[in-house]
Ligand binder design. Structure first.
Ligand code: FE2
Length: 307
């Protein structure tokens, strides 16, 4: 079966482009890239022209995942395969491909309204225009492992998992059923793409209503000190922290979760593992974190009463 190689980019619909730019550049350490005033802003993490695309939209949610293939032949074989399975896939027009900074693009939509976009060649920045972060000590962990990961909260988790495995060709990494807070049990199923980042997409099942398509998206840096430095920048600039510093037992990620200007969370981490399919064993975990990741009350919630 043909399958996607890696999650090359993510597209977000954001209502406040200016707020997002300041947050992305000064807090997350991304670099502003191609801009269309009042419409869109590309964000860089490496030598790609863009890894995250912000589109002006009142939706304030995750819009699209850009799945990469290594060659045009792989892309074409994959598109033929999912069409044969009955998936409605359209070739995007050149303007959309250009906005994503890729040469050729195919698009389908899942049951929760997330677009899945497929391409093989992304534009790279000019060699004289190397990635520069104004705040990171190191860089972002991208390359063939892609831009990061995202965790959806689908309406029907069984069909969303089937989409991951049967359409995207992702493989099960592992799953966790554990408490995010006392009495709040969350079940998360993690899937990896061919390149092997522990997960590019995970499906969360939560016991409370959610207003966004994703629980969070993750970006990873190469120097663990940058996680602590980003945490300090959030504290200094008043960016709300959803979950404190901690460590996940399955992907080995040291991270914290901050709340973006669009209301969904971003996991900022370092140290995630890579899966080798030849030796990998799928496990079931019973805790989301082996230490930390303490859930904070939502911003604006009344402070707990002292007894
Ligand atoms: Fe995550």
């Amino acid at each position: 079966m043909h399958s996607v190689s890696t999650l090359g980019y993510m597209v977000l619909g954001v209502s406040d482009l200016a707020a997002w730019e300041g947050f992305a550049v000064n807090v997350l350490g991304l670099q502003a890239g191609k801009r269309v005033a009042g419409e869109s802003l590309g964000l860089r993490m490496d030598d790609y022209e863009q890894r995250i695309l912000l589109l002006k939209s009142d939706i304030d949610d995750f819009l699209a995942a850009g799945w990469e293939f290594e060659t045009d032949a792989q892309l074409d074989a994959y598109i033929a395969q999912i069409r044969a399975r009955g998936v409605e896939v359209a070739e995007a027009d050149q303007a959309v491909a250009d906005q994503r900074r890729v040469t050729r693009l195919f698009v389908c939509e899942d049951a929760d309204g997330i677009r899945h976009e497929f391409y093989s060649t992304a534009y790279r920045a000019n060699t004289r225009d190397a990635f520069r972060s104004s705040v990171l000590r190191g860089g972002f962990s991208t390359g063939r492992f892609g831009a990061g990961h995202f965790v959806t909260v689908p309406k029907h988790s069984a069909s969303a998992k089937a989409f991951c495995e049967d359409i995207l060709g992702l493989k099960l990494s592992d799953s966790i059923g554990g408490d995010a807070a006392p009495g709040m049990t969350i079940d998360v199923t993690f899937f990896h793409a061919r390149a092997g980042r522990h997960h590019s997409l995970a499906i969360a099942e939560v016991p409370f209503p959610v207003s966004k398509r994703i629980h969070h998206m993750m970006i990873e840096c190469s120097d663990a000190n940058d996680v602590g430095l980003a945490y300090d920048r959030c504290k200094a600039s008043g960016v709300p922290i959803l979950m404190e510093l901690g460590h996940h037992p399955n992907d080995g990620m040291f991270s914290f979760y901050l709340i973006s200007p669009s209301g969904f969370a971003i996991e900022f981490g370092s140290g995630g593992i890579v899966v080798d399919d030849d030796t990998w064993e799928v496990k079931r975990y019973t805790e989301l974190s082996d230490w930390g990741h303490k859930l904070n009350p939502p911003p604006g919630a009344p402070a707990p009463k002292a007894h």
